[in-house]
Design a protein around this ligand. Structure first.
Ligand SMILES: *[C@@H]1O[C@H](CO)[C@@H](O)[C@H](O)[C@H]1NC(C)=O
Ligand SMILES: *[C@@H]1O[C@H](CO)[C@@H](O)[C@H](O)[C@H]1NC(C)=O
Ligand SMILES: *[C@@H]1O[C@H](CO)[C@@H](O)[C@H](O)[C@H]1NC(C)=O
Ligand SMILES: *[C@@H]1O[C@H](CO)[C@@H](O)[C@H](O)[C@H]1NC(C)=O
Ligand SMILES: *[C@@H]1O[C@H](CO)[C@@H](O)[C@H](O)[C@H]1NC(C)=O
Ligand SMILES: *[C@@H]1O[C@H](CO)[C@@H](O)[C@H](O)[C@H]1NC(C)=O
Length: 475
């Protein structure tokens, strides 16, 4: 990114060896290809189910009682309440490799903008239960081995970084608050995701990039997890996230098409530490919309999300009239839209989804609806397009504050199913009524990674705005 706005020479003269941008390869999670099934309905169903489970967790990140068995496996320290954000993909996620330690050990992580802790499977005794899904072999999940690293240190309970996860009121039993020289470790964390969980202890480690070293980085050393294909690189707004700890000015990515799931095709995740960028400068070609302030509510998990100002949804030329309470969070913090790389399919609260789905059904009424397939996949509407030749689907457009429009390519919101005689809208919802109905809380609309394929997407943290442009992300 630096090279787009400043020449390498200028950069060299002014900043000498200061590195302003880091490029990391980002690729669809390799074991997404669900070799465990040849049933195309089943794999789509699983993607839909995991997208929905994640949405439910994002929406209700209420305090979870620590799982006693998990806790006792971590340590016998007093049980602690933990932030409980979202779910990683069982499939449907993107992977990025990071190097930690001295000498460094390189481990793949699931890239996640909807949660904040960075954690790796840790120690040779790491336990992962229910992890043999989607062709994953739990014994081959890569682990970090702290004892092989001279820079690994357990974060102490009175270390201010312990508060990253536990807040200012962390209980340090046996410690004298006046001396602050206590050797008791920071309590174990437990994080619940949509379809799984992880638990461990916080470490201070060195995070290594080819031309940049980040000392004293807080990373979770997880010793037990359920349903996790790998560690997670949290890119949310929390203080413990990678962008927060590295004080990134912005980060951006281009998610290659899910068609490349079973190949090594990937694209870069760009981390901009800022020294090469003029403050306020826009990346040429991107449309920007300001991030929306996070709702000011006691549920701190909502503070980790990237809220957008979604203003309008169009299906074809039709403006679908979404009640405002779904587009913007209310004073109770419920409603509004967020962008989340850890969700596969976009989620919409039922009333929003019904309006959008109905509009597609109306405009596509000359194709026959396949409700049985909707039952099988958990997606809808689905249509039988057999013998119809070229199929035209209405456009799906998200318009944001400031006028930025995301005019999605059809492959980002319709998927062929099975023999390609059928197509389904790849947006999920649940049966629970949204903010109005009182049942559900949290964001009403969650923009998932499937909708961001072949887009250059930028999180401009310095200027608090979200930028995007259509772009072919693969060679
Ligand atoms: C850690 O060190 C041991 C012994 O030197 C070695 O066998 C093992 O492969 C190392 N593990 C990693 C992940 O570096
Ligand atoms: C902490 O400091 C106090 C007072 O200086 C001292 O008595 C105590 O032994 C120290 N504890 C540790 C674990 O170093
Ligand atoms: C957030 O809410 C708290 C308590 O309701 C209030 O004291 C504080 O001023 C609010 N902050 C902002 C930025 O509105
Ligand atoms: C469906 O209707 C639209 C317009 O009403 C038309 O453009 C399209 O060709 C029709 N498709 C089929 C398969 O009949
Ligand atoms: C879909 O599933 C529901 C509930 O399982 C059932 O009542 C309904 O008849 C099914 N519809 C079709 C078309 O299979
Ligand atoms: C789809 O439509 C074709 C032609 O109209 C029909 O032969 C086929 O049975 C339909 N498929 C399903 C799954 O209903």
């Amino acid at each position: 990114m630096a090279s787009s706005s400043s020449s390498p020479l200028f950069f060299f003269l002014l900043f000498l060896s200061v590195v302003s941008a880091v490029k990391l390869p980002l690729s669809p999670f390799a074991h997404h290809t669900d070799k465990s099934t040849n049933d195309p309905y089943l794999s789509l169903r699983r993607l839909a189910d995991s997208s929905l489970a994640r949405a439910q967790k994002l929406k209700q990140p209420t305090t979870i009682k620590p799982d006693e068995s998990a806790l006792s496996a971590v340590s016998t320290a007093s049980a602690t309440v933990v932030k409980s954000p979202l779910s990683p993909r069982g499939f449907g996620g993107y992977s990025v490799s990071l190097s930690f330690g001295t000498p460094s050990q390189t481990i793949p992580f699931v890239f996640d903008t909807g949660s904040s802790l960075v954690w790796f499977p840790c120690t040779s005794r790491y336990l992962c239960s229910d992890c043999n899904f989607a062709g994953i072999d739990p014994t081959r999940i890569q682990r970090f081995v702290p004892k092989n690293s001279t820079s690994s240190q357990i974060i102490g309970c009175q270390n201010p970084k312990c508060q990253f996860i536990f807040g200012p009121n962390v209980k340090c039993s046996g410690c004298d608050p006046n001396t602050r020289n206590c050797t008791v470790p920071c309590p174990p964390y437990i994080i619940q995701y949509g379809l799984g969980s992880t638990a461990g202890l916080l470490l201070s480690e060195t995070l290594d990039f080819p031309d940049l070293t980040v000392p004293d980085f807080v990373v979770g050393c997880s010793v037990i997890s359920t349903r996790q294909p790998a560690g997670i690189a949290g890119f949310g707004r929390g203080v413990e996230s990678l962008p927060s700890q590295m004080k990134l000015k912005r980060f951006s990515h281009c998610l290659v098409s899910r068609r490349f799931d079973d190949t090594n095709v990937g694209s870069d995740l760009d981390l901009d530490t800022g020294s090469g960028h003029k403050s306020g400068s826009k990346t040429p070609g991107l449309s920007y919309t300001p991030f929306r302030n996070n709702p000011n509510v006691s549920n701190s998990a909502f503070l980790e999300y990237y809220y957008l100002n979604l203003r309008r949804i169009y299906v074809g030329s039709k403006h679908v009239k979404i009640p405002f309470k779904y587009l913007a969070p209310g004073s109770d913090g419920n409603g509004g839209s967020i962008v989340d790389s850890g969700s596969t399919f976009t989620f919409m609260d039922r009333p929003v989804f019904d309006l959008v789905a109905e509009e597609f059904a109306t405009q596509m009424s000359n194709y026959s609806r396949d409700k049985e397939l909707e039952n099988l996949t958990g997606l809808g509407p689905c249509f039988n397009i057999s013998g119809k030749g070229d199929v035209t689907v209405p456009e799906l457009i998200f318009e944001f504050k400031g006028g930025a429009k995301m005019e999605l390519p059809a492959s980002n919101y319709f998927s062929f199913v099975g023999s390609a005689d059928n197509i389904c809208l790849t947006v999920v919802s649940d049966t629970i009524i949204g903010p109005s109905g009182g049942g559900k809380s949290g964001p009403a609309i969650i923009l998932g990674s499937f909708q961001q394929q072949n887009y250059h997407v930028e999180y401009d943290l310095d200027n608090d705005r979200f930028g995007f442009a259509k772009k072919k992300c693969s060679p």
